[in-house]
Design a protein around this ligand. Structure first.
Ligand SMILES: NC(=O)c1ccc[n+]([C@@H]2O[C@H](COP(=O)([O-])OP(=O)(O)OC[C@H]3O[C@@H](n4cnc5c(N)ncnc54)[C@H](OP(=O)(O)O)[C@@H]3O)[C@@H](O)[C@H]2O)c1
Length: 299
């Protein structure tokens, strides 16, 4: 079994690597040696011929695509590159997966939705992205579904955080320690997702017969942490755990304009993935505590 994981330096890629290298969660028939983790330096998804070249000499049974252009504001200025990485490279990976008879797991985002719904989004709800990042991620999903009507899985997740790299937690910890007060948006609601929880689920899915059997119709699943909060409430909890005294003020998105528009409410319904793979969804608060304990330990 050869399993390729892209985005090895990103939050999700690193979280999968950590489990594969330290845990027994991988299948008893699999070994850490079955996993090949690649970063931009090994496989540049921004370059079509580099992708073709890489796969000429490398064949896989499963491809897990964790790489993406994820900087939502920067994406507004770099349409061509973002479209290449989040859309065209996904189409190319799907074609390659077909050719190699590999299964493909691709990670997508709650930002394919416009956030105007007042109930949790189902996989069957119509996407309507409001920024370049969301538009290109949706184009990637659609291309994948067209090229691979069978043998692939798309997992949409939301508000990903981890102990790695720059994310909402690291930003809040830094600003909270530097400043006496801070304004955080309180009218965008979502479900924070610990990358380690999503990594666990992906490793569960690739063991599952439903995924392993060839010829299964390609499916989209939603996965995020359990619970609904605003960024302001998320920041409040981070400060509480870390005992940071910086005073937090809730503000409306309008008062905090950014180049990439954000959807307001992107709660994802988890029913489909829970039923399909019989998984347990972790509560956002307990996962946040786990993540922050690890952060402290590793500092
Ligand atoms: N972060 C979130 O809040 C969030 C929310 C919903 C969905 N998602 C989705 O979840 C998945 C994982 O997100 P994440 O937070 O782990 O992302 P991340 O930390 O930003 O990591 C993305 C990885 O993609 C790599 N990458 C970017 N351009 C590349 C290229 N041209 N060729 C090869 N690799 C390239 C980056 O490499 P470098 O390290 O070299 O830059 C980085 O390691 C993505 O599909 C994302 O769209 C994320």
């Amino acid at each position: 079994m050869r399993i390729l994981v892209t985005g090895k330096n990103g939050q999700l890629g690193r979280s999968i690597q950590k489990i594969v290298n330290t845990d027994t969660k991988i299948d008893k028939n699999q070994s850490p040696n079955d996993f090949i983790f690649v970063g931009r330096e090994d496989l540049d998804l921004g370059n079509e011929s580099n992708i073709s070249h890489y796969f000429k000499n490398n064949k896989f049974d499963i491809i897990i695509n964790c790489a993406a252009f994820t900087a939502v504001d920067k994406a507004e200025q770099e349409l061509e590159l973002v479209n290449q990485i989040n859309h065209l490279a996904v189409k190319q990976l799907a074609r390659i997966a077909n050719k190699q008879q590999a299964k493909l797991i691709h990670v997508s985002t709650d930002y394919v939705f416009d956030g105007e719904s007042n109930k949790p989004y189902l996989e069957t709800d119509t996407p309507n992205p409001v920024n370049v990042y969301g538009i290109t991620k949706l184009a990637g999903e659609k291309a994948l579904q067209t090229v691979m009507p069978i043998n692939a899985v798309v997992i949409r997740t939301s508000w990903l955080y981890s102990e790695y790299g720059n994310n909402f937690i690291s930003t809040m910890l830094k600003l909270g320690k530097e400043r006496d007060e801070l304004k955080v948006v309180s009218d965008q609601i979502g479900s924070p997702t610990y990358a380690a929880d999503l990594a666990d689920i992906i490793l569960e899915i690739i063991k599952h017969k439903k995924f392993r059997d060839r010829g299964q119709t390609t499916q989209i699943y939603h996965y995020s942490g359990e619970g609904e909060i605003s960024w302001y409430e998320f920041a409040k909890e981070i400060f509480k755990i870390e005992k940071i005294e910086c005073e937090l003020h809730p503000v409306k998105s309008q008062q905090y304009p950014s180049p990439g528009k954000r959807p307001k409410n992107t709660i994802l319904s988890q029913d489909k993935i829970v039923k399909a793979f019989n998984i347990k969804i972790s509560n956002w608060e307990s996962s946040l505590n786990t993540c922050m304990t690890i952060l402290k330990r590793e500092q």
